[in-house]
Design a protein around this ligand. Structure first.
Ligand SMILES: Cc1ncc(COP(=O)(O)O)c(C=O)c1O
Length: 462
């Protein structure tokens, strides 16, 4: 039977017969059953993003450290890390590998280590950080992606689980570090990823990552001949998903493909890696994802394919970044300029160097005035930084209470893919990172760059 339409394709899933090459390349997934189960996925509504910290925390921090800086809430990070672990504790072989790229600060990574998390590394530098922090063996996931082959050498030396991005990586891994007994493969299901009422959640067909499902049997048989005994399967089909159905829909696909590929190759199915992608509500109207309910919905998908979880059965891995630290980071900045031309501008002492997401993606970040968080908006502002770049704006046409020069502003949800994406355009330097500790103290966990740091790699004429 050809599964040309999505509905016929869905039928193929339920018939549990192996999918043909044609069917598994570029398929759409419509997981209607998940939509029907959505009522089980309870959600809690928060009144405002990240109002977990009282204003005084920011006032005290700004009295100690020059703005702008990033401030992270240790208690919040620990709380979320624990909630994630608890949500998947039903699986005896569960591990969260925090995506280092989201917040590559050693003190934060050490906190996550204390919480029992592993690390997902995607570069030599991230592997070196993991090594220096004492992560080793299967506490590290190494996600390959058109990377220098030498990086495999270090990943193998550390005993990391290697997540191969392409069938051609097999040859590279063989030459660089050698083929391990357990390997992971990243799958790209192609097409668009949809579920529920046909809503497009992601566009894997346009993503550079992963193997086509039709390449799996050939590649894994090659790996088997080279000594592989067990394999995991990884997929990241959509980003910043605040729909609690995302992980269950992905699990539905991965578990099925894992089982079928194991049957076809005779290899042991070691784990499904659901990667990152669970989102956070950057705006007030979006409810936060209830991770316990997501874990429970993934468990149901697991039961349907593998039965009761038990040691020796496939494990579950996740690589959440944004979900764990995103809501617990803030850019703390002062209003320093006011300008009225064609629009009403407020200039702050932070700029896109500290947080590029609004400039890069037009991303929305909540902004509040410390001490006046709940005042109603009376003005409409563009909140800008000082770069010679017109897109250096943290907010455009944003209704806000009146801002006075010297007001302390907080840009919320800056705990992931925020500082990490910083750059130095205009010779603007990266600023400090401050940790608000569980005992109420503040620790500078990265100093601000100096002009000497900026000049350090340059060659100056004699
Ligand atoms: C391989 C991989 N894993 C995990 C993540 C983390 O994603 P998120 O922070 O959206 O959870 C990313 C993000 O780019 C990624 O590329």
């Amino acid at each position: 039977m050809m599964c040309g339409s999505p509905f016929l394709f869905l039928l193929c899933f339920f018939r549990k017969r192996p999918l043909s090459r044609k069917e598994t390349d570029g398929y759409n997934v419509i997981a209607e059953d998940l939509l029907n189960n959505r009522s089980n996925l309870t959600i809690e509504v928060r009144p405002m993003p990240n109002d977990a910290l009282p204003s005084q925390v920011f006032i005290d921090a700004a009295a100690k450290f020059p703005t702008p800086f990033h401030l992270y809430d240790e208690a919040g990070i620990r709380r979320t890390a624990r909630a994630v672990r608890e949500a998947f504790a039903w699986n005896p072989d569960y591990r969260e590998y925090y995506a280092v790229k989201a917040l590559p600060n050693p003190v934060i990574l050490d906190i996550l280590k204390q919480e029992g998390l592993g690390l997902d590394c995607s570069s030599l530098t991230e592997l070196l950080m993991a090594e220096r922090l004492g992560f080793h063996g299967n506490e590290i996931m190494f996600s390959a992606n058109a990377m220098p082959a030498e990086e495999f050498d270090l990943a193998r030396k550390l005993g990391a689980i290697i997540n191969l991005d392409d069938i051609s990586d097999i040859g590279l891994l063989e030459k660089h570090g050698g083929i391990p007994e357990t390997v992971c493969v990243r799958v790209n299901t192609g097409g668009t990823f949809t579920f529920g009422s046909n809503r497009i959640m992601g566009n894997p067909g346009e993503a550079k990552y992963g193997w086509m499902p039709s390449q799996l049997n050939e590649g894994l048989n090659r790996l088997k001949a080279l000594g592989v005994k067990r394999f995991g399967m990884h997929a990241f089909l959509a980003s910043n998903m605040t729909d609690p159905g995302y992980y269950p829909a992905l699990a539905h696909i991965l578990f099925d493909l894992l089982r079928k590929t194991a049957e076809a190759t005779g290899l042991e199915p070691a784990f499904a890696n659901l990667s990152g992608g669970i989102g956070i509500p950057y705006t007030r109207d979006v409810p936060p994802v209830d991770i316990r309910a997501v874990g429970e919905a993934v468990r149901k998908e697991y039961m349907a394919v593998f039965g009761e979880p038990a040691p020796g059965k496939p494990g579950i891995k996740t690589e959440l970044g944004r979900y764990i630290t995103g809501p617990h980071g803030f850019v703390v900045t002062h209003a320093v300029h006011e300008k009225k031309t064609f629009k009403h501008y407020i200039g702050v002492d932070a700029c896109a160097v500290q947080l590029i997401r609004p400039a890069m993606y037009g991303a929305y970040h909540e902004i509040s005035i410390v001490g006046r968080e709940h005042e109603p908006p009376t003005e409409t502002y563009d909140i800008t930084g000082c770069l010679c770049e017109n897109n250096d704006k943290f907010a455009i046409d944003r209704p806000m209470p009146e801002i006075h020069m010297g007001d302390l502003l907080i840009i919320h949800d800056a705990g992931a893919h925020a500082f990490a994406m910083g750059y130095q355009y205009n010779g603007r330097l990266r600023k400090a990172e401050i940790l608000y500790r569980t005992d109420g103290s503040y620790q500078q966990i990265r100093r601000a760059e100096t002009p000497e740091d900026y000049f350090a790699t340059m060659v100056w004429p004699e």
